[in-house]
Write a protein that binds this ligand. Structure first.
Ligand code: DX5
Ligand code: ZN
Length: 227
């Protein structure tokens, strides 16, 4: 059985309890902390900047999975990597010279990810796939936490997993983001996703640790049934 990584998204944290909640998930099975950066242009919402990444770096050793939902990401790669991003993911839709952007992320010392909006075809990353460490399939239109999972994501993840196998990439991270919860974690993991981002389904629950365990268990049990 392949490992399923959990990446709680701090977008749904109680910001006044940020440190406490990040420590809680870090000590109870989170593999990454997912940090959503929004600029009010690429997506209709605003969140954090490099200072947030720097602050998180001070309170946890867990790798920071930084998701840039911003225009002109090239202007900010260095700032986020110097702040402590372990994985830096840009949107295909925001990058004219995606190959150059990916090269630059690697040169700066981070893992490189590319994200696709729900309406963007997998074909747009076919050429760059061999150069990536992570592919992020959005299962909602990015911008907000707590939205409903778009069902077409399951088939897209299946096709993405086939493409990844075809280029022979071991330990590749196929991440899904948006509407992941106890119900959707199973089918999406069975389809081949191995990094599950979840915000609302973790931080807006009465018991954060239990919620994480339930998502993890759902993903694993579904894999067993499918095996
Ligand atoms: C959405 C963000 C997500 C968000 C997911 O634009 O990229 O990471 O936090 O939130 P949930 O899990 O609540 O759908
Ligand atoms: Zn995200």
């Amino acid at each position: 059985m392949k490992k399923i990584y959990l990446a709680p998204s701090i977008l749904s944290c109680d910001l006044l309890k940020l440190e406490e909640q990040v420590r809680l998930v870090a000590e109870n099975g989170a593999d990454f902390i997912h940090v959503d950066i929004m600029d009010g242009h690429f997506v209709p919402n605003l969140t954090f900047g490099p200072n947030m990444v720097k602050a998180l770096r001070r309170i946890t050793d867990i790798p920071l999975d930084v998701h840039l939902m911003i225009e002109r990401p090239d202007d900010y790669l260095q700032a986020y990597i110097e702040a402590g991003a372990y994985i830096l993911t840009v949107h295909q839709e925001a990058c004219t010279h995606l190959h150059r952007t990916v090269q630059r992320i690697h040169q700066l010392g981070a893992k490189a990810g590319v994200s696709l909006n729900p309406a963007t075809s997998l074909r747009t990353v076919e050429e760059i796939l061999p150069d990536l460490d992570l592919l992020l399939i959005m299962t909602v239109n990015p911008g907000f936490g707590g939205q409903a999972f778009i069902p077409g994501g399951v088939d897209k993840v299946k096709r993405a997993r086939k493409m990844i196998e075809a280029v022979g990439k071991e330990d590749f991270l196929l991440e899904v983001d948006g509407g992941i919860n106890e119900e959707t974690a199973g089918p999406i993991s069975a389809a081949g996703a191995n990094v599950l981002v979840a915000g609302n389904a973790i931080f807006n629950q009465p018991d954060i640790v239990q919620a994480m365990h339930n998502i993890h268990a759902a993903a694993r049990s579904y894999q067993t049934v499918q095996a």
